[in-house]
Design a protein around this ligand. Sequence first.
Ligand code: ATP
Length: 149
Amino acid sequence: LDIKKVDFVSLSKETSKLMKNAYGQHISVHTLYDRVIANADKQKMKQLLFILLDNALKYSMSPIELYVGYEKDHVFFTVKDHGIGIPKEDIAHIFDRFYRVDKARNRETGGIGLGLSIAKQIVDSHGGNINVVSKEGEGTSFTVTLPNN
Ligand code: ATP
């Protein structure tokens, strides 16, 4: 890992712009801060954000929201969509390699079920956490927290 200070506000804005240019879908970035700093590998953080935003775009329609900020001694960011959601019984497995929810597989979204396992591995390697809250038919939000020391 190449650990340096990373500003998650500019990273979020850059990545959102990139996704907007590539997919034409808008992602709104919400934050109370000018900068949100944590020590991290910037390349890996880009990849992590890309995986979560790419999923949000694949499994929902706009709008997609990205929240960035501080909570206690952690930096967090949340990717929230209003899409198909994840069935309760599948939530425990989505971070497994090659796991795909049936419904998602039947839709022609593509993908091989590796994105979230890579996301989890990146978060683990930074000593952070990744959590998901999801409801079928309502939407999904993934929150990543990272130590900010
Ligand atoms: P890829 O390897 O291209 O990322 P994938 O999207 O199928 O393929 P994961 O990113 O690991 O793989 O996601 C695993 C499964 O979790 C998906 O197949 C999908 O069913 C479900 N999932 C992930 N993100 C969302 C989301 N935002 N909304 C609904 N379902 C999701």
